[in-house]
Design a protein around this ligand. Structure first.
Ligand SMILES: [Zn+2]
Length: 327
């Protein structure tokens, strides 16, 4: 059993959990919540834990039948809606509204979780809005979306916002360690994921991820000395890693910042000290800003759908030049 006032089991996604816990403790549960955040920050787990907290007679003890059924998304008073293909359709919204209108089976409430709320069609949004304007007693809607602007303002204004932010790297590392990931991989995945535990988990499980991360660390100190043929090979590798979902530009940026830390006596966030020092030696302080600008422009080019291979080739040429100019 959870002690009174403690976070319901699984609500740990720390920062958001506190707000929900307070609503529950004060008996001020809203009819609608919006969980905002980029995918991977634990919104689905938090929504399941929040549903359990609302459906369990003890506020989410984590041990009862209500809790375990809610955690498996199989509670009769919980409806979990995911987009049907590209959108959330009117029929799905209507089903959700009909669901909350019925009397609870075994809990005091009925909970609807809607994933991908940015994909509500206009009709579905209007149907849902009607329900949110006059919700049946005991109905709780939880909408999951990447960011507030992605949800129609009329709906958004009726939802209590809960924002999921990236976790501190240390918290991600601990979570991975608890899942059995080996120490160095956990530390690397935590650093390279930008504080996103879902992404870190994907990295840690992908056999190619370590090779890609090591590749980036190997490439950067050598880039200034690489001839055209080697640079072309590296550009192709970076393109492939990027296509696989590895955020190589962010990793390079992190490595550059670690090099700066090595130079100023700070603590590297990703690299071990030797790698950071090697990079610092290869890319002197005067080149640092140029290199980071080149990364920033490469990111913008990829977002604008410039050919990735070309983007990485240009980036490597600019990094090489920055290294040579600084030397
Ligand atoms: Zn329980």
């Amino acid at each position: 059993m959870t002690a009174p006032g403690a976070a319901p089991a699984g609500l740990a996604p720390r920062f958001a959990g506190r707000l929900l816990e307070r609503d529950l403790r004060r008996g001020l549960v809203a009819h609608g919540y919006a969980f905002y955040g980029e995918p991977g920050l634990g919104q689905e787990e938090a929504a399941a834990a929040w549903a359990a907290a609302l459906l369990c007679g003890a506020g989410g003890c984590g041990a009862c039948r209500d809790c375990s059924m809610a955690a498996e998304r199989a509670h009769p008073d919980l409806l979990w809606v995911t987009p049907d293909g590209a959108s959330l359709r009117l029929a799905q919204a209507a089903e959700a509204c009909a669901f909350v209108a019925r009397r609870p089976f075994q809990a005091g409430r009925r909970v609807v979780v809607i994933e991908g709320a940015e994909r509500l069609t206009e009709e579905a949004g209007n149907r849902l809005l009607k329900e949110l304007e006059e919700p049946p007693a005991g109905a709780v809607f939880v909408l999951l979306a990447s960011r507030p602007e992605a949800v129609p303002a009329t709906i958004r204004s009726r939802l209590r916002p809960v924002v999921f932010r990236p976790w501190p790297a240390e918290a991600v590392r601990e979570a991975l360690r608890a899942e059995g990931v080996e120490e160095r991989a956990a530390r690397w995945a935590a650093a390279l994921s930008g504080g996103n535990p879902g992404r870190a988990r994907t990295y840690a499980r992908d056999p190619e991820w370590r090779a890609a991360a090591e590749g980036v660390l190997e490439l950067l100190p050598r880039v200034a000395a690489a001839g055209p043929a080697e640079a072309a090979q590296w550009a192709a590798r970076l393109r492939d890693w990027q296509a696989r979902g590895f955020e190589v530009l962010e990793w390079m940026d992190l490595a550059l910042r670690d090099a700066l830390a090595a130079r100023t006596g700070g603590r590297p966030r990703w690299c071990d000290e030797a790698a950071a020092a090697a990079l610092a030696a290869a890319l002197p302080p005067s080149a640092h800003e140029t290199a980071r600008r080149a990364l920033w422009e490469a990111r913008a080019a990829l977002q604008a759908n410039v050919n990735p291979l070309l983007t990485f080739e240009v980036l490597l040429i600019r990094l090489a030049r920055a290294g040579r100019v600084g030397a």
